[in-house]
Design a protein around this ligand. Structure first.
Ligand code: FPP
Length: 282
């Protein structure tokens, strides 16, 4: 297994080296003149369409590897680019609670594929000093997958160069319900702080019980695959996020798509700050 991972790494390394050209470094340098987002969240849509286009296995055969391998590597490449740019937090919507409604063989193949990817991640993220965190109702996962997720969380807890949050068995409404329930329970057993008449304190109490409490709110949410909706992802945290949708399928996302999304965010932020300044002047 280790050997396979290393050869994949070498292959990816070569691809990345050729991509990490002088031009890319210059472009990242120019981007850094503007505001660099602290947190980018990805809705990785278009994996099945990509598999169909590439005539890859998408029927659950061979652990569904063909369908999600390219998507996994696309996420790793985005993680590397984000590290290079100085984006500390990266969040990926990997599996929603609604995805459990897909055909049983498809769900099983996705779960098998996830388990393989967690083993790969274990090697990759340690090399990149990335802390991995899982957000979602992990009770819905198989014992094996949950144990693997918890091992990965513990094994990377000391890293701090980047924080990768994988949303699995996640929907935002479920997260909000969970956080509200936990807050009520804490109030019931007397584990609470601050003045309850203060709405800000009430919000903080709910917020600290969110699965996503490990990361600040996302600055940008990037959705691939051409849809313009949040699909039950980070509804609470996206209050002030810049939403960026692109037609490209997730496995095909590249450096230019990321650059374009950040440029859009910067333009939007400048416009927003100017509006605020004008409001104050009035
Ligand atoms: C360990 C780790 C984080 C692995 C990531 C693997 C990965 C890319 C998962 C994406 C899963 C998913 C259901 C994506 C949505 O595309 P879709 O299947 O709905 O495709 P479609 O939009 O073409 O129908």
């Amino acid at each position: 297994m280790e050997k396979e991972v290393m050869s994949s790494l070498k292959m990816e390394g070569n691809i990345l080296c050729s991509a990490s050209s002088f031009i890319r470094k210059c472009i990242f340098g120019v981007l850094r003149v503007g505001a660099i987002p602290n947190h980018i969240a990805f809705i990785m849509d278009g994996n099945r369409r990509y598999a169909k286009k590439q005539k890859l296995s998408h029927d659950g055969a061979a652990g569904g590897g063909g369908r999600y391998d390219a998507g996994f590597w696309a996420l790793m490449v985005m993680l590397l680019y984000c590290q290079e740019l100085g984006v500390k937090y990266i969040t990926a919507y990997a599996f929603s609670i609604d995805n459990f409604k897909r055909k049983p063989e498809e769900v099983e193949s996705l779960m098998t594929s996830m388990l393989e990817k967690f083993h790969l991640l274990d090697i990759l993220v340690k090399r990149l000093a990335v802390r991995v965190h899982f957000a979602g109702n992990l009770e819905l996962l198989s014992n094996e997958l949950r144990a693997s997720a918890m091992e990965l969380t513990e094994a990377t807890a000391a890293y701090s160069k980047s924080v990768l949050t994988i949303c699995i068995a996640y929907t935002s409404r479920d997260e909000i319900l969970h956080a509200v329930r936990e807050s009520c329970e804490q109030k019931r057993i007397g584990l609470e702080f601050g003045n309850d008449d203060d709405d800000e304190i009430k919000l903080m109490k709910v917020e600290k019980n969110m699965y996503m409490a490990v990361a600040p709110d996302p600055d940008i949410i990037i959705r691939t695959g051409g849809e313009n909706r949040l699909s039950n992802f980070l509804l609470w945290q996206s209050c002030w996020s810049h939403l960026h949708s692109m037609r490209v399928l997730w496995p095909e996302i590249g450096v230019w798509n990321l650059v374009f999304a950040i440029l859009n965010f910067q333009r939007n932020k400048t416009y927003y700050l100017e509006m605020k300044k004008k409001e104050k002047e009035l």
